[in-house]
Write a protein that binds this ligand. Structure first.
Ligand code: PRX
Length: 659
């Protein structure tokens, strides 16, 4: 069920055949030339091993890949420490005074420059503190924090002592947080009193307190004071970061861990209501993220100022704020707040102030900036920018062209990077000094990555055809499993096609063989680049006392890419129905925000007496999607009651203006 609007746009574009060749400047100075593809393809394992050797290993590896489908081990006899690779080795090489982070707080004027030496010292203190709290290698630590430097310090401190972290996006509700803490079986959580969003201090500790009533196994919560708001306190469990971390010793002797030692768990949505704990290990993941960061963004560590606008609570923050860029020793901007805090030009001011050279963001942000108007970026000097990136969802050609013109001044290449929480790092992308880009296309697999587009039988489609995206060889950053559920791992990714990783995305090859991503083919939605499952939202909906049945679809949305549309039948006992639909709809939407996150709140809730079902009782989601996107309805003869559809179609008009 890929996005029809996007597919149509892709078709239109293919006719135009627009492309942008790399500029002479880029070609002359690029980190790699066109021969990188052939070199990597000749012996992918040897190529990846060569990249892996750019890291600092305590014990060099001799084994590159062990592949017992679907389980891969990379560099397995090598040992290393991720935080040493991100911090100590830069300091040891004399780059301790280099700024690692230009942190920009949401409140105007609040900012801090943190050098590599300082980041190392703070990480050592946190590592010592965690050890003094009894955290040992292998123990899971949950991190639930705003975009402040302590979030990175916490992650690196966990990595330093071999305790896999599980960062939960700060927008998740207490209930969602509790589910993830329980699944990861964590005993320690690191959080903050709250964070700033649009000038308001939001609460995080309050969510943690609610979550922990459901998680008796948690013994310790370590709390950063960020906003100064009043917080509840449980003696013996809650500890202030400044009481425990600040006085801890400033040095810490790192241990080396096996390359396959777990580095982190990142929860993401699958096709069922239960989120999946995607887990990544150390050596392969660091190799993949640092290599892709270096080549896709054509990094010049001495001069580049990188800004990845993602939240640390998502994989993009893990791979392209924390592990990739810090392993490469670059200077970064990290911004705490929303794009419109302090004015709709906040981002452009930051780029001007810090002379950002590389911006990596999501199409949904670009479309929001388009809506606000080109005058906001135009009012600032963005000439420091030399490269732009896009990630998280298909980028529509209009947004691509606007990004190029109004942010990139017509001179910056755009790299549209396709990847997933599961892949750990970028998989399909142009290389800025090599690839002629096409607006809207992710183009080609990264060197050393083997991707294909196949039909339902697993056979590669010819140029000019669409199909399903698969990865045909193991890669260093690939997920090593779903936490606690090896069967689901094998089932979800490796059972559709023999020996191939099924990504869940539709894709098309154009006549040149270049790849265009068309969106998910399963019941995973992509709302503003946030990944949500229809089942998860349906599960939350039926948890509302007035809801009997619910069906959720992702419908096209101008700004957010997809938006959630929920079709709902009410319980017979629900007195509310008919009395005040608006009130009940508001209450249902609030309920979903409470159960999952405000990002999961349906754009529309449509009350209907029945849901369209096939004779076998399956909800006809495709049909609901057609309705939600106002498309002419196709064949409805398999419906038990075709009149239901007409009824829903009528209701649509009534509630389309909701919100
Ligand atoms: O559908 C694809 C879409 O985002 C999904 C992965 O989501 P998540 O694991 O949250 O990771 C997002 C950040 C890497 C994919 O299955 N997606 C991601 N990047 C692109 C994309 N779709 C099209 N083009 C992209 N560049």
């Amino acid at each position: 069920m890929t996005d029809h609007h996007h597919e149509e746009a892709v078709e239109a574009l293919l006719h135009e055949n627009r492309r942008f060749a790399p500029s002479a400047d880029f070609v002359a100075t690029a980190n790699v030339g066109p021969n990188v593809y052939a070199e990597a393809a000749a012996d992918p394992e040897a190529w990846w091993a060569e990249q892996a050797r750019t890291l600092e290993w305590a014990t060099p590896f001799t084994s590159v890949l062990e592949w017992e489908p679907p389980f891969a081990r990379w560099f397995s006899d090598g040992t290393l420490n991720a935080s040493v690779n991100c911090l100590d080795r830069h300091v040891a090489a004399g780059r301790g005074e280099k700024v690692a982070l230009h942190w920009v707080g949401e409140p105007e004027g609040e900012a801090a420059d943190i050098t590599y030496a300082e980041l190392l010292e703070r990480t050592c203190r946190a590592a010592n503190a965690l050890e003094s709290l009894g955290v040992e290698a292998g123990d899971r630590v949950v991190i639930y924090m705003p975009m402040i430097p302590e979030a990175i310090v916490a992650m690196l401190a966990c990595a330093r002592i071999g305790a896999p972290h599980s960062v939960i996006f700060g927008g998740f509700s207490a209930e969602a947080l509790a589910d993830r803490i329980t699944d990861a079986d964590a005993q320690v959580i690191i959080t903050a009193d709250g964070g700033f969003r649009r000038g308001v201090a939001s609460g995080l500790k309050v969510e943690v307190d609610a979550a922990l009533t459901l998680c008796p196994a948690v013994t310790t919560s370590l709390v950063v004071r960020r906003t100064g708001q009043e917080v509840g306190w449980v003696e013996g469990r809650d500890l202030w970061w400044h009481d425990v971390v600040d006085p801890a010793a400033p040095t810490h002797e790192p241990k080396a861990f096996a390359a396959e030692h777990p580095l982190y768990i990142m929860y993401t949505s699958g096709t069922t209501a239960k989120p999946k704990g995607i887990f990544h290990t150390t050596g392969g993941y660091l190799t993949h993220t640092s290599t892709t960061h270096r080549l896709v963004f054509d990094i010049k560590p001495e001069t580049d100022i990188c800004w990845t606008s993602a939240d640390i609570g998502w994989v993009t923050g893990h791979s392209y704020i924390v592990y990739g860029p810090l392993a490469n020793g670059v200077t970064q901007v990290m911004y705490e707040g929303t794009p419109d805090a302090g004015g709709k030009d906040r981002w452009w001011r930051i780029i001007e102030d810090y002379k950002v050279t590389i911006l990596y963001t999501a199409p949904t942000a670009i479309r929001t900036f388009m809506k606000w108007g080109a005058e906001f970026p135009a009012g600032h000097d963005l000439s420091s920018l030399r490269l732009l990136g896009s990630v998280g969802e298909p980028i529509n050609p209009e947004a691509w062209m606007w990004y190029r013109k109004h942010i990139g001044g017509g001179r910056c290449p755009i790299v549209d990077t396709w990847w997933q929480t599961e892949t750990g790092g970028i998989m399909i992308t142009p290389l800025p000094g090599v690839t002629a880009t096409k607006p809207g296309a992710a183009m080609v697999p990264f060197p050393g990555i083997s991707a294909e587009i196949v039909d339902n039988d697993g056979d590669p489609v010819p140029d000019g055809h669409g199909g399903l995206l698969v990865i045909t060889r193991p890669w260093p950053g690939m997920l090593r499993g779903i936490w606690g559920d090896p069967e689901r791992y094998a089932d979800t990714y490796w059972s559709k096609f023999d020996g191939m990783y099924f990504a869940g995305d539709g894709a098309k090859r154009d006549d040149d063989g270049d790849m265009w991503l068309l969106g998910r083919v399963d019941d995973v939605m992509n709302v503003s680049g946030h990944r949500l499952s229809t089942a998860e939202v349906e599960h939350a909906l039926v948890g509302h006392p007035a809801v009997a049945e619910a069906a959720v679809v992702g419908a096209h949305d101008q700004i957010t890419g997809q938006a959630i549309v929920a079709f709902v039948t009410l319980t017979a006992s629900s007195e509310l129905h008919g009395a005040d639909d608006r009130e009940i709809i508001a209450s249902i939407r609030a309920h979903v925000a409470e159960a999952i996150s405000p990002i999961a709140k349906p754009r529309q809730v449509i009350l209907t007496p029945e849901l369209p079902k096939t004779r076998s009782g399956k909800i006809m989601r495709r049909l609901l999607r057609d309705i939600a996107e106002h498309r002419a309805l196709g064949d409805v003869t398999t419906l038990t009651d075709p009149t239901v559809v007409n009824m829903i179609d009528g209701l649509m008009a009534v509630h389309a203006e909701d919100d």
